[in-house]
Design a protein around this ligand. Sequence first.
Ligand code: PGA
Length: 257
Amino acid sequence: MRKIIIAGNWKMNKGVADSVKLASEIAAAAKPVEGVEVVVAPTYLATAKVADVLKGSAVKLAVQDVHWEDQGAYTGKVSVDMVKELGVEYVIIGHSEQRQYFGETDEKVNKKAAKILAAGMKPIICIGETLDQRNGGQLEAVLSAQVKGAFAGISAEDASKCVIAYEPVWAIGTGVVATDEQAEETQAFVRGVVRGLYGDAVAEGMTIQYGGSMKPGNAAGLLAQKDIDGGLIGGAALKTDSFIAIVDAAVKMVQKA
Ligand code: PGA
């Protein structure tokens, strides 16, 4: 069975003290469950302290971006080795906010993915269409280009370590969630693109998360879909109760299966 990954993307919320508090609460509440992985992505500044808090817990550590170069004159950037040293396992790349505000492109996502994999960590590759693109009939072309761009030159073995997060841009932080059917249909399409690149085994094994206004009230319905293998959660990940409620929905589903 595919691994279900529930990941909290804290974005530019929570300073160091608040990140440590939230991480401690989540670490205390999230019990290890076969088939479900719980991940948090705090601000870079809190990575080291959150890593200490998570030691010995079932919760894995992520960061929200990374640069693809090893080191050097790249003001403001952080390298894969720097985050790896702190025990980071997952790196979110290609987030729509990075694409929209900070010039993230499929080419950069691809370079980052290759570097993250070479360092032995796992990228969470975010893809997603805008409302205009969906309404304009470009949904499949956009997602297909994003997946193909991200995975260019990546071997099947490495691809099998990657996670995709399908996040419709119109659903992120808006409170408007994709319906279960919309999300499932789109994610099945995304899995099909992966199948076209790498074949059945990689496609069937790949965790494809849904992201965009996932909350305790809609998580169970989304997670019950065949091609939805977890969530990348923003707003609802900033409070222990709501994040753990989503984790619990995933646990219930896995234990029922
Ligand atoms: P949201 O954010 O849950 O607040 O919509 C999701 C994301 O951007 O990863």
